[in-house]
Design a protein. Structure first.
Length: 553
């Protein structure tokens, strides 16, 4: 390596390490160990890491099926694929293929570290479009990594920590690439993104469309037709592989849905300024009240960068280049989708108009609309850095970005400390949830576990599913990102009929989650053969339990 090449390589390494430092500041080293599972299940991170762990625990022990992402043991009639366990299918598929060589109980910690490294590295690459100065590129990359919208997802909905895919999409859309290399790059990136998370795919696809249209408009690239076929085919193949198309219904969420529909999780017009739980320097502003609110805060360092970009533009005004018009339009379209027709300012406001129900259902496929502002957030910070470098030069911009990165770190201390507390002191092993000694005996006596009535995130879903997963028993006690409600209703009706008739499914343990199911079981069971037990607050119907030589209860 020549001396001329060494500094850029060192700068890229330092930027990647800056991204990794954000992850380590939040999580420490413990979660990086693939055998450390307790931090995912201890509780404060919420249900999403538990969902991922359950999906992966079942998937890695399930024989290969077609499509490869099929995961029927987790959910049985309600189960579909690893895709809907939000378990980062990209990694789940690869690690399942390697299961004969390496045992990986959890890959979330290593995934988060990789996300930090890639966020820093791709931030370095993006900043290179604005300035060649290494300090500016490193500190700019640090600012793109030290963001609440990223850290918030790392400590909860962990697949969405893959925001480096958005940086990669911006890099492709802003760079000079064209021809077959650009086509292959977009196809590969969007296929990978599809196997990380569907929300990230929905953000990246408009950036590809803008880049494709820009090249069709300005460059007449002869590979455009092939790319228009290749990219959708690559995305569809990735989605099929992950099992996305196994779900027959339930993709969209209507306005009356229990989980909320389009407009429920909107982007407040002051969201960039809302310090919330994150800031030690700016106040917590009123917000719409949904659980994603507050995570779009850019940090004081990020806000000051936008202000510096504005001042730089006033000093040396420049029009938006024509080649960026379509990209800007795509980013603004994502912003409009994020705001939704329910427009709020500091939490105050309401519906400007009510879209047709059909459009509301389509919008409900991406019901957490606030997230769709992420690409614009990164693009604004990059644009501000570019304006600062243009107005004051790379070296001065570098010192400015270094100062802003320091401000950002000070400002976000409360949010980082709070996220760190979620995993600090968590046990390494799987925490016990059920303690009654009857559970191990039940695990050896039955072939599956049903939770009645069936539903997504029903009463006690986590404890029941953990018991079933550790016992290696299929279950319909689940939490999935999407469930076919028609299938759930059919299963509830079928199981109620079974309990009413007393013709129980062979080898099935029933966990009775409501009074109606318990009454049906009491009326239909044979006390000489079947047992109705109570363990850790759960009512259980154990068919044939009293016929066992060592029957309990």
């Amino acid at each position: 390596m020549s001396r001329a090449e060494a500094p850029p390589a060192l700068g890229a390494l330092l930027a990647a390490l800056a991204g990794a430092a954000v992850v380590l500041a939040v999580f420490g080293l413990g979660p990086i160990n693939p055998h450390n599972q307790g931090w995912l299940l201890a509780g404060p991170l919420g249900p999403d890491p538990v969902q991922l762990w359950l999906g992966w625990t079942y998937f890695r022990h399930t024989p290969w099926l077609l499509p490869p992402g099929a995961n029927p043991a987790y959910g049985m009639e309600l189960g579909t694929a690893i895709y809907f366990a939000d378990a980062i299918p990209l990694l789940a598929l690869v690690l399942k293929a390697l299961r004969g060589l390496v045992e990986v109980p959890q890959y979330v910690g290593p995934w988060l570290l990789a996300c930090g490294l890639l966020q820093g590295f791709l931030g370095w690459r993006l900043m290179g479009l604005a300035t060649a100065h290494p300090l500016a590129r490193i500190c700019g990359a640090g600012l793109l990594a030290l963001q609440p919208m990223l850290i918030n997802r790392m400590a909860g909905h962990t697949p969405l920590a893959g925001q480096w895919t958005l940086l990669a999409a911006l890099l492709l859309a802003l760079g000079p690439g064209r021809g077959w290399r650009q086509a292959l790059a977009w196809a590969a990136l969007l296929a990978v993104t599809a196997l990380v998370h569907s929300y990230l795919l929905a953000m990246a696809l408009p950036l590809w469309a803008a880049d494709w249209l820009r090249r069709a408009w300005l460059e007449r690239d002869r590979w455009l037709l092939a790319e228009a076929l290749l990219v959708p085919a690559a995305v569809a193949a990735a989605l099929w592989t992950g099992g996305f198309f196994l779900l027959r219904g339930g993709y969209e969420t209507g306005p009356g849905s229990q989980s909320g529909g389009y407009g429920t999780w909107n982007f407040d017009l002051l969201a960039f300024l809302d310090g919330g739980i994150w800031s030690s320097l700016l106040p917590d502003l009123p917000d719409p009240g949904h659980w994603e609110a507050g995570s779009s805060y850019l940090g004081l360092g990020g806000l000051l960068l936008l202000a510096a970009g504005g001042l730089a533009w006033l000093r040396r005004p420049v029009a938006l280049p024509r080649r960026l018009w379509l990209l800007a339009a795509a980013l603004l379209a994502l912003l409009a989708f994020a705001i939704t027709p329910r427009v709020t300012i500091g939490g105050w406001g309401g519906w400007l108009f009510t879209p047709p129900e059909a459009l509301m259902r389509v919008g409900g496929m991406l019901r957490n609309a606030e997230r769709m502002v992420w690409p614009l957030s990164y693009a604004l910070m990059l644009g501000a850095a570019a304006l600062a470098a243009r107005a004051w030069g790379g070296q001065r911009a570098g010192w400015l970005l270094a100062a802003l990165l320091a401000v950002q770190a000070v400002d976000l201390r409360p949010g980082i400390a709070r996220r760190h507390s979620f995993v600090a002191g968590a046990p390494a092993g799987v925490p016990q949830r059920l303690f009654d000694p009857v559970w191990p005996a039940l695990a050896g006596a039955y072939a599956r576990v049903r939770a009645v009535p069936a539903s997504n995130m029903g009463e006690g879903w986590e404890s029941i599913a953990r018991f079933a997963a550790q016992a290696g028993l299929p279950t319909d006690s689940i939490y999935m990102a999407r469930v076919d409600e028609g299938a759930a209703a059919a299963l509830r009706a079928k199981t109620a009929g079974i309990l009413r008739s007393g013709a129980y499914e062979p080898g099935t343990l029933y966990v009775l989650r409501d009074a109606a199911s318990l009454d049906l079981a009491r009326a239909s069971h044979d006390p000489a053969r079947d047992a109705i037990l109570q363990a850790d607050g759960y009512w259980l119907l154990a068919p044939g339990w009293r016929l066992r030589p060592l029957a309990g209860g």
